[in-house]
Write a protein that binds this ligand. Structure first.
Ligand code: ADP
Length: 481
């Protein structure tokens, strides 16, 4: 049995209390995860505080060099990381190898390079013989709390810019997917990161997460996870006057006009709804299809869904792996019940009963990709984030109508618009209350662009300058000659 340890001040430290970690592909316990308490978090904060005194004096070039080494080591162990990520989270191993882990490598390389190109600004006021300039100062000890769906990617998307800026980190990955963060600790040491710059404490949200959130010396906190936890973090942070970045849930829609490139649209809408079992905050779970093509779209979409193989994440032919946990599987199933109560129709999917799974993975947390129709916009499946392989399709008639329906949810993370007409794309994307709009595509990311949500999808933006602004304080210095 794998037993994880906290990583504090560059050393692995035994936990005191443990929780079980399950392999979602077969339901078996395979790892013990420390459930760290206030005292262990305190040790991590103290280590980060001491390390900050040295780390903030490193030049950007010196920090960047270490980060590039981190990227190289992860890349050289891509198979190991991909397998661990898949075993922990349930995602197909090919997806982890082709997408998730390369994106981790890219995060370290990108922010290592971007920090070398950030400049402080200056202005002159000759009438007063004055030169003004700003200096960017690292915030100090920062807290990072991350979720289970893209475990190492989301951790590295925060950790890389934080250390590039000269901050020291206390991080907590999700208790459901901690193994790759634990593997990262060795990589950080091997790359020469000084002890205490990154400290990783493992455990539940209730105990470890809460100890981070209530710690008065963590004055900057970046979180990705549910809206419920995000609200709690914001509430606890107000009395500390803490800076928070919150990347929360989504209920993303695609708007499909009749003049669409239908082949590309269908394939992309399959990917955007079912990648990573639909367990990505950016997954598109509402498809609004113009009534002129609605019937044809549904038929062709369902026939593509029926081809998606659900099964063992280790097999290359698997398109949909296992959901992350038994509790999450039950939650996703409950939405099918709500859909039926709300008068919805199941076009395909619904249960795991029709899955022909081999004996050794029968106890895994599998769910058929499911397509629902005939639901009102106010039904639970159309309003709430399901975070699983479930998509709702609904017809629309006018542009004005569909814009208001897309916006009529509490969330505002992302949307897709499909049309061959550039002015339609521009008009509609301009009116959607979301942080990112993809036109005729999905999930093409550029780390230079701001990423984040509106409304209940969160606060703040991440990405090159946005992450650097978050992890640094700006000071203006005015000098008269
Ligand atoms: P999800 O429903 O996607 O698991 P959560 O918001 O529950 O989203 O979890 C995201 C991260 O937040 C995880 O690392 C989890 O342990 C942590 N977390 C959950 N509850 C709390 C809390 N009360 N305080 C701090 N962290 C929390």
């Amino acid at each position: 049995m794998l037993v994880l340890q906290n990583f504090i001040n560059g050393k692995f430290v035994d936990g005191k209390k443990f929780i079980d970690g399950f392999d979602p592909s077969n339901g078996k316990i395979y790892v013990q995860i420390p459930d760290s308490d206030n005292e262990e978090v305190e040790m991590a904060v103290n280590a980060a505080k001491s390390a900050f005194l040295g780390w903030k004096t490193f030049s950007s070039e010196a920090r960047s060099k270490i980060m590039l080494k981190v990227a190289d080591i992860i890349e050289s162990r891509i198979d190991e990381f991909a397998l661990a990520e898949s075993k922990d989270q349930g995602k197909p191993v090919w997806l982890a190898k082709q997408v998730d882990i390369p994106r981790v490598v890219h995060n370290f390389r990108f922010f290592a390079s971007a920090i070398l190109h950030t400049l402080n600004h200056s202005t002159q006021q000759p009438e007063f013989d004055v030169l003004n300039y700003t200096v960017n100062m690292p915030c100090g000890v920062v807290g990072l709390i991350t979720p289970w769906n893209l475990p190492l990617y989301l951790l590295s998307f925060k950790l890389a810019p934080a250390i590039a800026c000269g901050c020291c980190v206390v991080a907590k990955p999700s208790e459901m997917t901690s193994v790759t963060a634990w593997m990262l600790c060795n990589v950080l040491s091997e790359a020469g990161l000084p002890p205490g710059v990154v400290n990783i404490v493992f455990g539940t949200g209730k105990l470890t997460g809460n100890a981070i959130v209530t710690h008065p010396e963590i004055k900057t906190l970046s979180f990705t996870g549910s809206t419920v936890t995000g609200k709690y973090i914001m509430e606890k942070s107000s009395s500390l006057m803490r800076k928070v970045s919150l990347e929360l849930g989504g209920k993303n829609a695609a708007v499909i006009f009749p003049d669409v490139n239908i082949e590309k649209c269908l394939l992309t809408c399959v990917r955007s709804a079912f990648t990573n079992q639909g367990e990505v905050c950016l997954c598109t779970s509402r498809l609004f299809v113009h009534q002129d093509i609605y019937k044809m779209f549904c038929e062709r979409y369902v026939s593509l869904i029926r081809e998606l193989k659900v099964g063992n994440p280790c097999e290359v032919s698997t398109k949909i792996g296992a959901l992350v946990s038994k509790e999450h599987l039950e939650k996703v199933k409950s939405y099918i019940k709500y859909a039926i109560e709300d008068g919805g129709t199941i076009l395909c999917g619904e249960t795991i009963d029709c899955l022909d799974l081999p004996e050794e993975i029968k106890e895994g947390y599998y769910f058929q990709p499911t397509v629902l129709v005939n639901l009102s916009d106010m039904s639970r499946c159309m309003q709430e984030e399901i975070f699983g392989p479930v998509v709702c399709i609904s017809p629309f008639t006018t542009e004005e109508e569909v814009i208001s329906r897309v916006n009529n949810v509490p969330y505002g993370l992302s949307a897709c618009v499909w049309s061959q007409n550039a002015s339609t794309l521009q008009r509609v994307s301009g009116k959607l209350d979301v942080g990112t709009v993809w036109c005729n595509c999905w999930m093409i990311r550029d780390l230079r662009m701001p990423f984040g949500g509106m409304k209940m999808s969160g606060l703040g933006r991440e990405g090159q300058d946005h992450s650097f602004d978050f992890f640094m304080e700006k000071k203006t210095i005015c000098m008269q000659f």
